[in-house]
Design a protein around this ligand. Structure first.
Ligand code: ADP
Length: 367
């Protein structure tokens, strides 16, 4: 059990009172011992010989001196206590506010309003840092809640499909043919991909992808990604072209991860470009960066959605998920995190629906 401790304000006041009390006591005692003796010696050296006069003078001095010392001590005691009380109040109020806010945060209420402690720079910094911490906790909590909701949503469709197929096969209301098995396999593959992408996106968010950064020529990585994608493009009859610049493009990168990013962009381009369309990969450099662009002549992205395509589980057309359940909705989120871990950026451009899209990865050149 936690022992109930005295309040901070009481402790500070007691400490101040002790300091002031000791100071006043020392002053009174030393004044009582030293001042009369000194006055006596002064009278003697001034040649005051009459005992009556001397006693009278000494009594007058003692009473005047005593009264002024007592009045002075009492006044300074009161002044010290009053200023201490004001000081203590101004220190303990923000501390109490913070303690109250911390209790609120501990209880899961992150939306706390910590009054700005303007009394001192340290307290002000403390309350600002606390507010910042509470805001970050609120963000993390909302991301977590959103993630769970998104995940539940993503799992629902393949699980419902599998359940329906299993029921139908069990009740013999559906032929046990290749088409049924193929649909079930597709849903299982979708779940597997979702699990893998979730693991990757969690690792990417924590910068724990274990990148092996080494000098590579960006053009080689781009060319390898294009070569790997060629058969899939040929199967859908979408033309894939590669244009690499003549100058070397040295970058510090994990070649496999960078290729994974480009493979994802090429997959997306293929999925969103109809047969007969064209996808062009361009690798070039400017003074400070290597730039690789994947541009397609496909369905495009409305301007309002250009920045959201990198958000987890964001889909421009959510109805497509059930039609071609191949994407997990995490591809661009992972790609963005990988590129960011290389110190680069990835951006999307499109002139609108039906007008094609282009994604550009920009990495700092190795100098
Ligand atoms: P998904 O697995 O759904 O492809 P991504 O994160 O890779 O997830 O992409 C997010 C969304 O961005 C896609 O669902 C799609 O709506 C949109 N998108 C990505 N690339 C393209 C593209 N080349 N053309 C049109 N839309 C695209």
């Amino acid at each position: 059990m936690i022992r109930r401790r005295p309040r901070l304000a009481s402790r500070l006041m007691i400490a101040q009172a002790v300091v002031v009390g000791v100071g006043a006591g020392t002053l009174l005692v030393s004044a009582a011992l030293v001042a009369p003796r000194l006055f006596h010696e002064h009278l003697a050296s001034a040649g005051v010989d009459s005992t009556g006069v001397r006693m009278h003078a000494e009594e007058a001095f003692a009473s005047a001196f005593g009264i002024s010392v007592v009045v002075g001590t009492v006044m300074s005691l009161l002044a010290a206590l009053a200023t201490s009380w004001l000081l203590v109040r101004r220190i303990s109020r923000p501390v109490e506010d913070l303690a109250h806010s911390a209790q609120e945060v501990a209880a899961g209420h992150f939306d706390v309003d910590v009054p700005d402690a303007i009394f001192s720079r340290e307290l002000q910094q403390l309350s600002a840092s606390f507010t910042d911490m509470a805001r970050r906790l609120a963000e993390t909590e909302s991301t977590r809640t959103q993630l769970v909701a998104d995940l539940a949503h993503e799992l629902r469709t393949p699980l419902a499909t599998l359940e329906a197929y299993i029921d139908a096969l069990e009740d013999d209301v559906m032929p046990r043919d290749a088409a049924a098995w193929a649909t079930m396999r597709t849903q299982v593959a979708r779940l597997r991909r979702l699990a893998g992408d979730l693991r990757e996106s969690a690792a990417a968010a924590e910068h724990a992808l274990g990148l092996v950064l080494e000098p590579v020529d960006g053009r080689d990585v781009a060319a390898a990604a294009v070569n790997a994608a060629l058969p899939r493009y040929a199967a859908k009859q979408v033309l894939l072209r590669y244009a690499g610049c003549a100058e070397p493009c040295p970058v510090r990168a994990d070649g496999m991860r960078l290729q994974q990013v480009l493979a994802n962009l090429l997959d997306n381009a293929l999925r969103h470009t109809p047969t007969g369309g064209r996808v062009t990969v361009t690798a070039r450099r400017d003074a400070v960066a290597f730039l690789v662009t994947v541009a397609d002549t496909g369905e495009g992205i409305p301007p309002s959605q250009l920045s959201s395509v990198f958000d987890r589980f964001h889909r421009v057309d959510p109805s497509r998920v059930s039609v071609d359940g191949s994407g997990s909705g995490l591809g661009l989120t992972i790609a963005k995190a990988i590129v960011a871990d290389h110190g680069g950026t990835i951006t999307a451009r499109s002139d609108g629906a039906g007008l094609g899209s282009s994604f550009m990865v920009r990495l700092p050149l190795l100098t």
